[in-house]
Design a protein around this ligand. Structure first.
Ligand code: SDX
Length: 376
């Protein structure tokens, strides 16, 4: 059956929406939020400012940022029934399973979810951004049998997350590293999880359903789940001397090396460059860092000419590991940042909404006869 538009598997290269939020120059390895290079955001901004800028689609004024910060800090706590739900989750649940389940449940405790105006959706967006760290930290403490650490309103977003996770205040350096990591993961054009959130929102469903869909999409190893697998790969490789053989064997088996390749970047992911520097500082060129360097060298030698380079997931795990964070929390940290991009894209798209409804290329027969079961 011929279609009006050419078929593109996985919608590769197909523009699905218009946006001003972020732009990826895949050939040159550049990323811009609101037209400003990611390197400038990482150098000069905070996650709170990036989140508000994405929601407003412009740089916020001082007073707006002050109010947003205050609203975030006062919205971090969870309804007690939701805390109980977290404590009742099977302790061996994957933290992404907990996050997806809790976000879905939170709708039932949010009056704004009954309203369908964009202002209500903005308030829900702020609440979600504020609460993702609380959900992740509470579950991690619970599964370890540790006391929950309530949010500290005197701490910024990144510092408070580390505080709730570890039960002690991070150093300024640790807080800054986490803050930059969140900035780098906040938005990235029409990636799978953002698209999933937008598809759900385009039916005029609620924001909680849209973000739950985004979490589900990010959980996959081809998307946000890669960072966790990269660190497991370093553990499997075990020493820098074994890295080349490991990578070549994987490639020979036509397997994907996690943390490499990208649908849009055909150059080095600019976020990976920044995370690589923090990984070197934090790990002090540890064995894992040496393994990472070797894997990168072999992969670029073998696949660089095909446009396959490190992506954001390759060094992020080393940074989080360097901050003493468990491997299965890496993807939830990605979600803690990307909920800003998910909600911003949903709000932007809903201003001129059209339900997503692509086509499929039908490859079957038509006008066949229904054969009774005894004749089959
Ligand atoms: C993220 O979209 C986004 O912006 C995502 C993200 C964001 O911020 O939201 O940037 C975050 O998800 C980063 C990507 C994390 N995922 C991984 O690191 C998993 C490993 N990467 C691959 O699975 C893959 O590169 C994808 C999924 C990221 C991209 O897949 P594509 O665009 O569909 O590419 P493809 O599967 O068509 O591969 C093209 C060729 C193939 O070789 P041939 O069959 O043509 O010979 O490149 C090869 C692939 O085998 N290839 C790889 C590879 N990635 C692609 N070979 C080995 N290792 C890899 N990692």
């Amino acid at each position: 059956m011929s279609e009006k538009y050419p078929f593109s598997k996985g919608l590769a290269g197909v523009p699905a929406a218009e946006t001003v939020l972020s732009y990826i120059d895949g050939e040159r390895g550049k990323l811009y939020y609101l037209g400003i290079p990611i390197e400038e955001w990482a150098e000069s901004s905070t996650f709170e400012e990036v989140a508000l800028a994405l929601l407003l689609r412009r740089l916020p004024k001082r007073e707006e940022l002050k109010m947003f910060n205050a609203a975030l800090r006062s919205a971090r706590e969870l309804p007690p029934e939701v805390v109980d739900f977290i404590l009742d989750m099977p302790l061996d649940s994957h933290p992404m399973t907990v996050l997806r389940s809790v976000v879905s449940l939170l709708e039932a405790y949010d009056y704004d979810a009954k309203l369908d105006d964009l202002e209500a959706k903005f308030r829900i967006s702020l609440r979600l951004i504020a609460r993702f760290p609380t959900v992740v930290a509470y579950f991690d403490r619970a599964r370890k049998g540790l006391e929950l650490v309530p949010p500290d309103p005197t701490l910024g977003h990144a510092a408070n997350f580390l505080y709730m996770l570890k039960g002690e205040r991070p150093t300024d350096y640790e807080a800054r590293v986490m803050d930059v990591a969140l900035i780098l993961h906040a938005d990235h054009g029409m990636n799978a999880s953002t698209f999933a959130s937008m598809v759900v929102a385009s039916t005029l469903s609620d924001m909680y359903s849209a973000i739950t869909a985004g979490i589900g999409a990010l959980k996959g190893p081809l998307h946000g789940g890669a960072n966790e697998r990269v660190l497991r790969m370093f553990r499997e490789i075990d020493s820098p001397e074994k890295a080349e053989e490991y990578v070549l064997a994987k490639l020979a088996r036509k397997e994907r090396v996690m943390g490499f390749g990208h649908r849009v970047y055909k150059a080095y992911d600019p976020r990976a460059r920044i995370l690589k520097r923090y990984a070197e500082e934090l790990t002090k060129r540890s064995e894992y860092y040496q393994i990472a360097l070797k894997v990168e060298e072999v992969m670029i030698r073998e696949k660089g000419q095909k446009g396959i380079f490190p992506n954001v997931d390759f060094y992020s795990g080393l940074v989080y590991n360097g901050l003493g964070i468990d491997t299965d929390l890496f993807t939830p940290i990605f979600a803690i940042a990307r909920v800003a991009g998910w909600t911003a894209h949903v709000l932007e798209y809903l201003e001129d909404n059209r339900i997503f409804r692509p086509r499929a290329v039908y490859k079957g027969e038509i006008d066949k006869r229904y054969t009774p079961i005894d004749e089959r």
